[in-house]
Design a protein around this ligand. Sequence first.
Ligand code: DGY
Length: 322
Amino acid sequence: MSATLPRILVPGKINERVLQRLPDTFEIVRLERADPDLVTADMIDVKGIAVSGRVPAGLMDALPGLEIIANFGVGYDGVDVKHAASKGIVVTNTPDVLTEEVADTAIGLLINTLRQLPQAEQWLRQGRWARDGAFALSPLSLRGRTVGLYGLGRIGLAIAKRLEAFGVSVAYHTRSPRDGLTYAYYPTLERLAAAVDTLVVIVPGTEATRKTVNAQVLSALGSNGVLINVGRGSTVDEAALVAALQTGVIAGAGLDVFDNEPYVPDALLALPNVSLLPHVASASVVTRNAMADLVVDNLRAWFSAGKALTPVPETPLTRRVG
Ligand code: DGY
């Protein structure tokens, strides 16, 4: 392996295609997990990290030559980006390439939750259609619903466009209204929840969004209300959600993300009025390949042209020379 290739640390697991493509231009250094205590003296010259998961401040501090962290995913809540910015380390993510896939999944999860299609399929597979008769009518439907989007970035907009085609009303809450849209805007999440019966969460997982979908918001959503979360589990107060689902404060929930993944609370698993997915919104081969390519292309662009392709807004950096 040539000593001149920049060394890229890959802590933990990452999409196979990243590992296949990196060796064309880099030397890969593997680490079992993103733990600074596992860093050894021979990793001192590592210049980049490719990661699907966490990068704590301590790992950055343990790698004095670190210039770039290429995050596999549009959400980069696992990376201590403030610390990276303070050290002049650029962080990149994978926007755009997963937008349509995640929006597709959000609609699928919404319909599964309302129409109980996974349960209906189980009914058929268990032979109950022939034995016991038709599957029960779903109490909920998409017909006549008003959907509120909590977050209207690239993915939120793609979900909104799809919802328009389904003939339902769309409203949204973000920090400030977006120009050029006809969707109703609500300046607070609670007011949005009170105005709609279906809330789709697609905000990033940050301190500002942490547990913002709380008991008050769920109560405002109301007894016909349905919560869909394809953003981050940290945005929802999971205990409040379980209580709201158990007591009929809301009617149902569809969740692709959880607060402590991959662990899903037993109380949620026990509920009949939820549809649960193991964080698969972007998880098709074609989309994950595109995300993998963008991880590698960001690293290549940084070391060859001095500029990453998709740096996150907190680190709009160019490469230091010398
Ligand atoms: C992301 O890109 O942040 C998604 O959650 C990964 O599927």
